[in-house]
Design a protein around this ligand. Structure first.
Ligand code: SF4
Length: 367
């Protein structure tokens, strides 16, 4: 039994659903835990989020496992497909939506890998001339469980064989060694959320520092993967300009911009319920220093002029790094796009089309 990597080493109990005890994934995971830590059954409702993060549950999922990202009402969204292979996360970012949004009793791994593949194939078959983007990082961190499950290592070769599928593995770990010695054939993007080092220390407990994320991204570029970067959430604080400019400079020093497939930018946003919970769990969080208002979709965001001015600066530094970077907003409105982009997409369909062109262009020049 080898030791578990850090965020998973806090797991106290492994629960295995009686229906899946003979499944190979349950077997693989079970081998990593001492027998006194393993229970067969359904975990009871836990006492708080910390308890959820200290137990792992292997089970099956009866609903659809691959679904379009629901996006946000009235926003230009990117047409992403979400793969629900696992749910929840052992790390503990203050702003994480999963803490309010999910009601699972444990970090949950679903064994239904064959069905995931089938559902992906179904989606790809609906339009063979269109590139569909899939990600496992919406309801969990894509790589944090990989040392246990090997899931991404199996998905990379699967996507490499698809004519029109792109897999995105989104993470705040540096756990990329499981991706070594595979040939992604231009069909996998490994991506990192990035923020200034001091903000990471203050609001992203359990994640790795920026320097380790960038070093892992560089290793992935060398291994033949595309890289994605997510400035999400962009947070306002005294000195934010210098701090974010420093992040772009660090990225520019280490990474080849021609192998960065996309970059998203999204200001900090939250619901009322999320704010109440964040305040309760992280009393001295620096997240709420910027002035916010309730937007049309019910989420609180920084005032529009502040968002526009922050985005203009950030986009400016990124364009200085490389004018050809493909940059998009996650869940922003048309007015913000129009004030910050010279030729903004009109709607979700147009943004999706631009992703398609961007992917084809990159594959032509070095997939
Ligand atoms: S790494 Fe992602 S999924 Fe995990 S706690 Fe942070 S925001 Fe949530």
């Amino acid at each position: 039994m080898t030791a578990l990597p850090l965020p998973l080493s806090h797991i106290e109990t492994l629960w295995i659903d009686p229906e899946v005890t003979n499944h190979p994934l349950a077997d693989t995971v079970r081998k990593r835990f001492a027998s006194e830590k393993i229970k067969i059954g359904i975990p009871p409702v836990p006492d708080g989020i910390q308890a959820v993060k200290r137990r792992l549950f292997v089970t099956r999922y009866r609903g659809r496992l691959v679904k379009p990202c629901p996006g946000s009402q009235g926003r230009i969204c990117c047409g992403y497909q979400v793969i629900n292979a696992m749910v929840h996360c052992p790390m503990d970012c203050h702003y994480c939506v999963l803490q309010t949004y999910l009601s699972v009793p444990a970090l949950t791994l679903f064994v239904d890998e064959d069905r995931i593949r089938e559902e992906i194939r179904e989606r790809l078959d609906t339009n063979r001339s269109h590139f569909f983007r899939f990600g496992t990082g919406e309801l969990a961190d894509s790589l944090v469980h990989d040392a246990l499950t090997g899931f991404s290592r199996r998905m990379v070769p699967f996507f490499a064989k698809t004519p029109n599928g792109i897999l995105e593995l989104k993470t705040k770990t540096a756990a990329v060694e499981t991706l070594r010695d595979l040939d992604p054939k231009g069909r996998t993007v490994v991506s990192w959320s990035v923020n200034p080092p001091a903000l990471i220390r203050a609001v992203e407990p359990g994640t790795v520092p920026l320097s380790q994320r960038i070093a892992a991204a560089r290793r992935c570029q060398e291994m033949g993967y595309w890289i994605g970067l997510h400035f999400d959430p962009v947070v306002w604080f005294e000195g934010w300009e210098e701090a974010y400019r420093g992040v772009v400079a660090d990225l520019a020093r280490a990474l080849d911009p021609n192998r960065v497939l996309w970059i998203s930018v999204a200001g900090f946003r939250y619901t009322r319920a999320q704010k109440d919970l964040i305040r309760k769990r992280f009393k001295s969080t620096p997240l709420f220093l910027g002035e916010s208002f309730r937007d049309e979709d019910g989420k609180f965001r920084y005032l529009q002029p502040l968002r526009v001015s922050m985005y203009q600066k950030l986009l400016g530094w990124l364009r200085e790094w490389s004018p050809d970077l493909f940059i998009y907003y996650c869940m922003e409105n048309r007015r913000v796009w129009e004030q910050t982009f010279h030729d903004p997409p009109k709607n979700t369909r147009e943004l999706d089309e631009r992703f398609n062109e961007n992917i084809k262009r990159h594959l032509k020049h070095g997939g």
